[in-house]
Ligand binder design. Sequence first.
Ligand SMILES: Cc1cc2nc3c(=O)[nH]c(=O)nc-3n(C[C@H](O)[C@H](O)[C@H](O)COP(=O)(O)OP(=O)(O)OC[C@H]3O[C@@H](n4cnc5c(N)ncnc54)[C@H](O)[C@@H]3O)c2cc1C
Length: 237
Amino acid sequence: MLNIREVKARIESMQDYSGSLRVFRLRLADDFSFAPGQFVMLSIPGLVDSNGRKIAKAYSISSSPDEKTLELCIVHYQNGALSPPLFKMPAGSEVTVTGPYGLFVLKEPVPLGAVFIAGGTGLAPILSMLRFLYSKGFKGKLWLFYSMSEPRLFLFRDELLGYQKNNGLQLVASTSNPGANWLFEKGRVTDAFPGHAAKIPKDSGFYLCGPPAMVIDTVKMLEELGYKKENIHREQW
Ligand SMILES: Cc1cc2nc3c(=O)[nH]c(=O)nc-3n(C[C@H](O)[C@H](O)[C@H](O)COP(=O)(O)OP(=O)(O)OC[C@H]3O[C@@H](n4cnc5c(N)ncnc54)[C@H](O)[C@@H]3O)c2cc1C
């Protein structure tokens, strides 16, 4: 169990994927250890609710523990308590992270043929796992089924295509709203997965993260296809 710490951080850089999804890189003022798949509670100094209580929200870490900065992929909610003020902050601003939290972590040893399934920003903790494994020279076969609501929300597309080309990642990207230039699969994860199931052994380990409806539907599909419930690790929000 890693110690939970509160650490000050500065926003080092930001990258927008659309008006409502931004990737933040944070430079932490102190050491911060976490396991791939865990999350932090993020707060803004002085931001409190109507009762004067500090506002803090959970965000999965998408960077690998061996990186120098902490990366978070954050959705903007128009009436949200934290994301609107956060999206107004310029680079260099100070925030606070507390953590790490969460049990959605890689089981050791990672079985060959592990299957990662991500919906939307559910990619974040899974990307942390993939980055960690590949940075350690992991050579085994891994699958990533990744669905997004529209092509412009294909997070870290070039990096993932690089893992496909150079590390043997079996990448199956899909969207229900493909548009004209979409080169990947059409539909949700539950549409894309069955066509590949014959290549995925029944005792495979699964790491699944995304919106609750997607996670529920995907677990149901996996169980119907004969995969073992105890091998399906999941996180949802
Ligand atoms: C373990 C974990 C990991 C997570 N990782 C991520 C991540 O990597 N990226 C990410 O973007 N999110 C992540 N989340 C989700 C994130 O913590 C929440 O979406 C968070 O609530 C957003 O905070 P906010 O202050 O911006 O919006 P909130 O204030 O929480 O509001 C969110 C939305 O709900 C609406 N709302 C708020 N209160 C009410 C109400 N009473 N009734 C009806 N609607 C209401 C708001 O209008 C808004 O549209 C994670 C959550 C968990 C639990």
